[in-house]
Design a protein around this ligand. Structure first.
Ligand SMILES: O=C(O)CCC(=O)C(=O)O
Ligand SMILES: [Fe+2]
Length: 314
């Protein structure tokens, strides 16, 4: 029987729009965002606030970063799991990644850059900060729309101020086979919202609710917006984060960028009382994302949602 699932993600255009809360265009786009997130947990978007030149320099900068000697890259350590350098893993040998905390804040990016290039690399740090700051405006728009969709207007300011941005940059080597090889294991993201951008090598796959894999076609103009476990928890289960993975074929390396909005360390994320009723009993106790990350990191055979349930389920 033919599957009715379309082979692509829903597309919502955020370009050429002067979206302002309260205006008709905002409300229409918000309705599309809600529907896409209810059905897929993610959507594809084009977003014209990032000039093509900046997108190109971003991939140039990331290539330069991964071309550094391994020892230099390993200087990027973090006390928070999954924030520092990851690579050389026997489970995902094609995968390497690095995290840049507070990637929208110039001084923080300068400090990261100095560790990698003690002699300095101003163009790297300007590119990273400028890209992250511009993508963060899309994150803010989408998070505002989600909060409004669930009647959480009075919590929007607190919500937006309780987070910071982590930029994760990834490189996947081409496996030099026609047969697809695992680039990154199937997972959901633990943070609130993730915005992904990639070079022209495909690999990202998203699992639909009826268990079909959508192979995301790379496009230099598009971004993927995806919710993570923490939005699911904040909304008391009203939206589900999508399972996704990376599968690689061929010889070309794949570079991808993920801007993650994350609750700040020490902030206790909990679902507002408005989303709790008889039909929707409270699912989770308040939690601190760094503690949740630590529980998840202790046993990577468990899915993050089952870790969330084990440690914070009611
Ligand atoms: O490389 C990608 O497109 C996806 C990366 C990803 O899923 C992640 O870092 O959580
Ligand atoms: Fe992910």
């Amino acid at each position: 029987m033919a599957s009715e699932t379309p082979l692509c993600l829903p597309f919502i255009d955020f370009s050429n729009q002067n979206l302002k809360p309260g205006e008709l265009e905002w409300d229409l786009t918000r309705a599309h965002v809600l529907k896409a997130l209810q059905n897929y947990g993610c959507f594809e978007t084009s977003f014209d606030k990032i000039p093509i030149e900046l997108r190109k320099s971003m991939f140039g900068s990331i290539e330069e970063l991964f071309d550094l000697p391994l020892q230099t890259k390993q200087r990027n350590i973090s006390e928070k799991p999954l924030h520092g350098y990851i690579g050389q893993s026997p489970v995902v040998p094609l995968y390497e990644s690095m995290g840049i905390d507070d990637a929208d804040v110039a001084a923080k990016v300068d400090a990261f850059t100095e560790k990698q290039w003690p002699q300095g690399n101003k163009s790297f740090s300007t590119t990273i900060q400028s890209f992250s700051q511009k993508v963060s405006t899309l994150d803010i728009t989408v998070r505002r729309m989600i909060m409004e969709s669930f009647g959480l207007m009075k919590y929007i300011d607190e919500h937006l101020h309780s987070t910071s941005y982590l930029l994760r940059v990834m490189k996947y080597e081409g496996p030099e086979t026609e047969e697809a090889k695992l680039g990154l294991k199937v997972h959901t993201d633990l943070n609130l919202l993730t915005i992904l951008h990639q070079n022209n090598v495909e690999g990202l796959e998203v699992l639909t609710k009826d268990k079909n894999w959508i192979k995301v076609k790379p496009s230099q103009d598009s971004f993927i917006v995806m919710i993570g476990d923490s939005f699911h928890a904040l909304l008391n289960g009203r939206l589900d984060p999508p399972y996704h993975r990376v599968m690689m074929t061929g010889t070309k390396p794949r570079y991808s960028l993920a801007l993650l909005s994350v609750p700040k360390a020490g902030y206790l994320l909990s679902s507002p009382d408005e989303l709790v009723d008889e039909e929707h009993p409270r699912l989770y106790k308040p939690y601190d994302l760094v503690e949740y990350l630590n529980f998840f990191y202790r046993d990577l055979t468990q899915s993050s949602l089952s870790v969330l349930n084990t440690y914070y389920g009611m």
